[in-house]
Write a protein that binds this ligand. Sequence first.
Ligand SMILES: [Zn+2]
Length: 144
Amino acid sequence: MKDKRIISIKDSKLRRIRNEMREVLNCFLEAEWKNAFNNQKRFLYNIDGKRRTIDDMSSEELQHFRMLQQKQNEIRKIGDHSICTCYTCGKPDQDMYYNHPYRAWFCVECANLAKSHHTRIKEKKRHGEYTCDSDDEFSKTFLS
Ligand SMILES: [Zn+2]
């Protein structure tokens, strides 16, 4: 995949189909995440409802509990880096810009905001007004 690319759909019917497909995929990821979350509860509470800690778990229970946490993390990562939502603002219904350094998709509005931020900081630095900005490294990745 190219380092930078915009996936843009102009036709309103195709946009609607795209958005509905994204919604289906996002719902699936959310359901899988909640399923893993709910499965963790049986390790976190006794039959009488008393809260347990990982110190109360057997090694097999702890291993299963950690596997469920890992599954949640993987599901979240898939969702965060998919084209189905903007990595920054979370909008699911926008044309998307792929930023390879982050291996994530950003809506065009957020990508343009990052680009303009870099331009403003660059201009301030040129005039000696600005010396440090942690967001500037992020903004630079949007320049092509
Ligand atoms: Zn966005």
